[in-house]
Write a protein that binds this ligand. Structure first.
Ligand SMILES: Cc1cc2nc3c(=O)[nH]c(=O)nc-3n(C[C@H](O)[C@H](O)[C@H](O)COP(=O)(O)OP(=O)(O)OC[C@H]3O[C@@H](n4cnc5c(N)ncnc54)[C@H](O)[C@@H]3O)c2cc1C
Length: 249
């Protein structure tokens, strides 16, 4: 039986940095994550998005931050178990027994760095939205250049929606930001930048229908508590309604 000193469950930024410190303590360390790569939400959901609230970095792309963390970890010879989900942990006399969907691990200590657990985007509540997924409708942005020269609508009122709108402004031919409330809940500074940008802000509107036979070609919007309707000619829709997650250990 191979018993590790520390097993970290969750290889997001918290788990990765915990692994770095475990290495500094010469601990025999293992990282387990259900995703196929390190980096948690940053690598999976928004690798191309800038982050502005990391100490020492005025701005850094999420994917670059993960790469830096990976580089930092190369100092140590840790073991990585990816695409493996931890199902439960049981205390034995001298160690902990960690059962995953693949095998059993043994460790003197366990660090839970699960973030929000396994996460799913909140989807657009339209009956036929699913058929447009991958055909103009996206819930994750993994490659900004995919939107180069296109007319892009972004739905949402939080930081992600505004960050994407501002990042796409110089890349897309036209950017629309649709939000159901008149005010945004993003950081005030981002909202000020939005006001100074060329992004077309449509509030308070909701998406009533996606138009298009095989891919998104337009959107029908309905004013909230109003009569106005808008028909938008766009070829991409990014929905940023947040995420729901489950902690399942
Ligand atoms: C679109 C978006 C934009 C964001 N922008 C910012 C920003 O600009 N600035 C900022 O500070 N924060 C931002 N955040 C929040 C930030 O991503 C999180 O705070 C951060 O990811 C938390 O890191 P973590 O390591 O704790 O967890 P996570 O990144 O969630 O990593 C947890 C890991 O644990 C794994 N895991 C969970 N359960 C199990 C299990 N049972 N078995 C195996 N593995 C498991 C998951 O697969 C995941 O990889 C944003 C979040 C989103 C979704």
């Amino acid at each position: 039986m191979d018993i590790f000193d520390i097993t970290i469950i969750g290889a997001g930024p918290a788990g990765m940095f915990a692994a770095f410190y475990a290495g500094m303590r010469n601990a025999k360390t293992k990282l387990i994550d259900s995703l196929p790569q390190l980096g948690g939400q940053l690598a999976t959901l928004y690798p191309e998005k800038y982050i502005y609230d990391i100490p020492g970095f005025p701005k850094i792309k999420a994917g670059d931050l993960v790469q830096n963390l990976e580089k930092q970890l190369t100092t140590f010879n840790h073991q990585y178990c990816l695409e493996e989900t931890v199902l439960h942990i049981e205390e034995q006399e001298d160690y902990l027994e960690i059962t995953t969907d693949k095998t059993t691990h043994y460790s003197k200590a366990v660090i839970l760095a699960l973030g929000n657990g396994s996460f799913q985007p909140r989807k657009l509540a339209l009956p036929d939205a699913e058929r447009f997924e991958g055909y103009g409708l996206d819930y994750f942005v993994t490659d900004l250049m995919k939107y180069a020269g296109r007319k892009v609508a972004i739905a949402g009122g939080g930081d992600s929606a505004i960050d994407w709108a501002l990042m796409l402004e110089p890349i897309a031919s036209e950017v629309y930001l649709i939000h159901r409330r008149p005010e945004f809940r993003a950081h005030e500074h981002s909202v000020s930048k939005l006001k100074d940008s060329s992004v077309n802000v449509l509030t308070p509107y909701v998406i009533e229908a996606i138009e298009g036979e095989h891919k998104v070609t337009g959107l029908s919007l309905q004013q909230v508590k109003g009569e106005d309707t808008v028909s938008l000619n766009v070829d991409a829709l990014i929905v940023n309604y947040g995420f729901s997650s489950t902690l399942n250990i």
